[in-house]
Design a protein around this ligand. Structure first.
Ligand code: SAM
Ligand code: SF4
Ligand code: SF4
Length: 332
């Protein structure tokens, strides 16, 4: 099954919650969404565990082999281990991963491993306490996140990834400290270009530090060589240190859009289907989940067949103004 641009459906991101204990300035800036915000979906509005499993199974029927659990902050959802236990039972799912801000990871890593989660990605934008506080709007969080990463490693997660969003003038000075911290560990650092997701993060192209610039900074210190993608549609371009000290990745949505091989669908915690990170409107799946399976599959199939998204290929300062879903709603 291919969309209008010949792209198969392989990867599903399920956002299981839209609230978060951080207020990262590029995602949920605290002047726009305060810590007292009450407009997040209530538990009653979330897809239940059964509904999440049902959605996952339906999507595997259409070709999905990889699922990422995201949010909001997924570790805030109490039934996360149960969700994982159920999703890993689906034989078609070859890869089940989770993206977290890492704050609760120290306490929860073992439970997640025991539940059968395959892989973890932790977001971390700085090793400087003040900068991290400035980005997340939370005090005393850096060491907790670092402890969480260590614990994930200690309980046996391998190939842990770190997502780092670099913003010019905010944390561009953190590139080399992060490189030094993770080089030679089994943890893979990935730099993500600051994206114009949603409408509240004051995105401006001048705040984006393009991959090329980050690569140049690293290569002034270490020799890197490109690595072939692991699979068709891999979002990160990968490089390895020539001295054998592991890998570093780059997700270059702004400078090198990857729409041509984009095989991802997204589901929000309230059950909206999105075919692109930059869509303005989702399709409400929750109300149709009681229909006969064949009927739901037909609906999903038609949604994919008419998919024509390639926002990143046309991005400019004015496309940024169109109404788009927020990252904490749609999931990263
Ligand atoms: N709360 C979890 C976390 O932060 O890892 C999961 C959800 S978060 C929306 C998923 C990923 O999206 C994170 O790695 C975050 O850094 C990234 N992200 C959020 N807003 C972004 C933006 N405007 N540009 C690039 N990446 C962004
Ligand atoms: Fe929360 Fe993740 Fe968004 Fe930061 S990026 S505000 S941790 S959902
Ligand atoms: Fe995929 Fe949309 Fe991003 Fe292009 S802009 S890579 S279609 S999510």
């Amino acid at each position: 099954m291919e969309d209008k641009r010949g792209r198969p459906l392989r990867d599903l991101r399920i956002s299981i919650i839209d609230s978060c204990n951080f207020r990262c300035n590029y995602c949920m800036p605290k002047d726009k969404i305060s810590f007292a915000e009450s407009n997040f979906l209530s538990k009653k509005q979330w897809l239940t565990v059964d509904e999440i499993v049902k959605v996952a199974k339906l999507f595997t029927n259409l070709g999905v082999q990889k699922i990422r659990i995201t949010g909001g902050e997924p570790l805030l959802r109490p039934d996360l281990p149960e969700i994982i236990r159920e999703l890993v039972k689906i034989p078609e799912i070859k890869d089940l991963s989770l993206t977290t801000n890492g704050y609760f990871l120290k306490e929860k890593a073992e439970e997640l491993k025991d539940a059968g989660l395959h892989r973890i990605t932790v977001s971390l934008d700085s090793l400087n306490v003040k900068t991290f506080e400035k980005i997340t709007s939370q005090k005393k969080v850096l060491y907790k996140v670092l402890d969480g990463i260590n614990e994930a490693s200690a309980v046996g997660f391998s190939a842990i990834k770190i997502n780092t969003v670099i913003q010019r003038g905010v944390n561009d000075q953190d590139i080399m400290p992060l490189i030094e911290y993770f080089k030679g560990t089994n943890i893979i650092l990935r730099f993500i270009e600051f994206m114009d997701v949603g409408n509240i993060n004051d995105w401006n192209v001048d705040s984006v530090v393009p991959t090329k610039e980050i690569l140049n900074i690293i290569q002034e210190n270490y020799l890197l060589e490109p690595v072939e993608p692991n699979y068709y549609g891999e979002v990160a371009s990968r490089y390895r240190y020539q001295d054998g000290d592991g890998e570093v990745g780059f997700i270059s949505s702004i400078s090198q859009p990857f729409c041509r091989s984009c095989n991802r669908a997204r589901i929000t915690c309230g059950g909206l289907f999105y075919s692109c990170l930059f869509s303005s409107k989702g399709f409400a799946l929750k109300p149709i989940l009681n229909q006969p399976e064949q009927k739901i599959l037909e609906t999903l199939k038609n949604l994919w067949l008419k998919r024509d998204d390639r926002y990143s290929e046309f991005r400019n300062q004015s496309t940024n103004k169109v109404n788009k879903a927020e990252m904490y709603k749609i999931g990263g």
